[in-house]
Design a protein around this ligand. Sequence first.
Ligand code: UD1
Length: 426
Amino acid sequence: MDKFIIKGPTPLKGIIPVSGSKNAALPLMAASLLGDSPSTIHLVPRLKDIYTFNNVIRVTGTKVDFDEEANTLTIDPKHLGYLEAPYDLVRKMRASFYMLGTLIGHSGQAKVSLPGGCAWGPRPVDLHLKGFEEMGINIELDQGYVHASTQNHSVEGGEFTLKPSSVGATINLVLGAVKRAKKFTIHNAAREPDVVLLCKMLQQMGADIEGIGTSTLIIRKVDKLSGVDFSNDPDRIETGTFMIAAAMLPKSDITLTGCKPKDLGRFPNAFKKLGVDFSVDGSNIHIKSNNTIHPVSIRTEIYPGFPTDLQAQWATLMTQANGTSTVTDTVYFDRFSYVPELNRLGAKMKVEKNKVTIHGKTPLDGASVMSTDLRASVSLVMAAMAAGGTSEILRIYHLDRGYENLEEKLNNAGASIKRVPQEIPA
Ligand code: UD1
């Protein structure tokens, strides 16, 4: 296990390239299994979650080649024959549960482990399972596994309403329906860019999906899908994270390259209220920080609202705003494990139910803190870059799940981040 030693305060200057999206790549990888020829996906980030999913896919007999230098993944499902996703792999990453939809779509049968809990509380999969039952798939639970089966080659389909709207359930149901359900309608479907990109890839493979980008998806069965050459999108959460980091660190002046600003939804509306210089030029985003940051309260919402995956970073930024603000998470109610750690660095934050109140501006001082999940971890990195003195961030393996070359990118822009082995106490 590694830890970061971070010296602050440091501004960020220069160019930071944005990597391909982790959350968008995973469904594209799952979709590749539905083709009758290999698919190639470009702009796939070198991240632990991608390697984990490669291994989940390989279990089925599918061939996976990752050209890491080129960030290109080739997936050949010709020998897909083992219809199982075992607990040992699924527990490492919840998104492995996409194998349920893919295997149902591929063969009408699957044995997929239920995902375990998560660092920010219970994250159910009831909607995935109810949706498949509604589609006409037989679902049984046995010893922590979901067994899916169908009587016939195709099922009638029907309609299902997601309450609440769920990214993962929409993805799973789309993957399951495209080659299996005569007609299946998903109401209140997630409209996140990751879902749209998946539908576009499936469409290119030959799928019949109506309503892409809207909250009603109508899927009609096709018998055959072909492999495609397809490009993943840039990571919108990484983009937002670097924007927030630059705004937080005085004297910063950065250009983020390779972004897709349209995918940021309404996040830039909140960002503009901070009072920092911010402009978009094609796929480049420029940010120049100001000495004064205005307090801006936000509520997370489904896309195109403020993403829950940026709330921890935003709350961290608000510790340096001139005044009091609040961050309310309406998607996940228990995603504030970073708060006690930030308070150790000098922040003044208080959590009540699903809302954190932040009293800014408080000076931050280096200390030893612990990463608890992916977005909490990057928030601690940002706080440590803003803090005076040296900080130690323990358990940074969370970061390796979701941020490609994080310390290299930040160090190239002026940060002082050193990765060292973390001694495990006896
Ligand atoms: C995905 C993202 C995650 C992001 C989240 C919300 C990936 C790999 N992960 O997670 O980073 O934070 O979207 O944007 O893409 N729910 C149920 N029952 C279900 C499924 C979900 O009640 O069966 C609830 C959840 O508890 C949550 C809400 O629906 O309150 C939204 O969750 P969902 O969109 O499914 O998140 P994930 O797809 O797991």
